[in-house]
Design a protein around this ligand. Sequence first.
Ligand code: SF4
Length: 493
Amino acid sequence: MTHGSGQAPYRSGPTEKCGVVGVALDDRAAARPLYYSLYALQHRGQESAGIVTHDGFQQHDHVAMGLVGDAFDEADIERLNGESGIGHVRYPTAGSVDKSCAQPFTVSFKSGSLALSHNGNLVNADEIRDELAGMGHAFTSDGDTEVIAHDLARNLLEADLVRAVKRTMSRIHGSYSLTIMHDETVLGVRDPEGNRPLCIGELEDGYVLASESAAIDTLDGDLVRDVAPGELVVLHEDGSGFDSYQLVERENTAHCFFEHVYFARPDSVIDDELVYEVRRELGRNLWDESGIDTDVVMPVPDSGRAFASGYAEAAQEAGAGTEFAEGLMKNRYVGRTFIMPTQDERERAVRLKLNPIKSTVEGKTVTLIDDSIVRGTTSTQLVQLLKDCGAEEVHMRIGAPPIVAPCYMGIDMATREELIAANRDVDDIREAIEADSLSYLSIDAVADALNRSRADLCLGCVTGEYPYDIEGEATDREVERPVIDGQDLAADD
Ligand code: SF4
């Protein structure tokens, strides 16, 4: 992902990757519920959107660049026949930014059709692609989703659906939540570490799989549960239920803690925790660890809002006079990505996005709460902005530990060189952003708010030690990537 000069998309924070969905209904077209679900998951990807359905005879697909509302019109939805289907919103994380990588990815082969939607990032896609290319598989994109599709298609020639998925899972290494459609059967698969979210919902006339429960709410459905790490869920074609297969078991999970901190919608429940409540708890923990009694505490919208409300509540319980205030207003029409040709203009970008309410800031001591600091550009600008508006002091509190290393699991986090915390301690960062004080949340406080042990979280970007075997990086557990040597894996079933 580019962040340098030229007409590169500029992103001020970490960028979420993708959202996936799958639906099987009884006697109702799947396209419209899929379309609404993608709307609910739009925050997870704005680059492309797509739906593939199956009507019992053939696949129908529509995949286009842009936001969900722009990618489909009424005629497109009408054309997508069939009572089962899968969908995808994408922000590119592996592969190039063009339509060849937009999803769902479809492939036809001897024993039927296959469509795949992927959220996450494989660490060993190149090894598998090389092996399959050597066997004659022709690839049309450089994305890792096509690698999964080809591997699964190949395994389906020799094995039934469940064994084929199991074989593919034994070969791919990395982060993946998948919705898959094999002919008209919809499946959901979550990687053995449960890095990215995936949940099951029940509708009046069927079942749905989605990255986040907010999509199930949008369809008036009920959240049944999360797909377990290493589990395969197969939706019944008639919408009457689903079958579950626990295909891989691991001692520990590696949930991405950033889902709760930043990426997911606050109204989603992920791995049994309501995101909004976790953020409030993170805010409370922030007060406990590094609270400072200022006149006001204000969030950097949107995700900072729940942190600041928890922080203010804990401050008041402790007898501090700190009041919650909405002091920064967001321009809703500036997306997460916009073009900023020069560094100078990028530095001004924050004014396009956020504007202070002078009266809530002037003459006040302010605590500003954000979910993370990536490059530090936004924080520097915000501190300056508040001081220009008359803030007497600006103290920054961050609802996550310092980001010291990149993400290889599908989040656009920036490179080590770009990360302000990669080579600086907290005081150096405070100086760089010109705040009066700066504190981050500890890893233990994050684990506490998530009700998980550290060993069950991915903490790669804040520790530099990853739950996957990534070339040139350290691991935080005993883990080895599978050996891809071209041998037939049938014997391992
Ligand atoms: S490295 Fe960070 S952003 Fe990436 S999956 Fe792990 S916790 Fe999430």
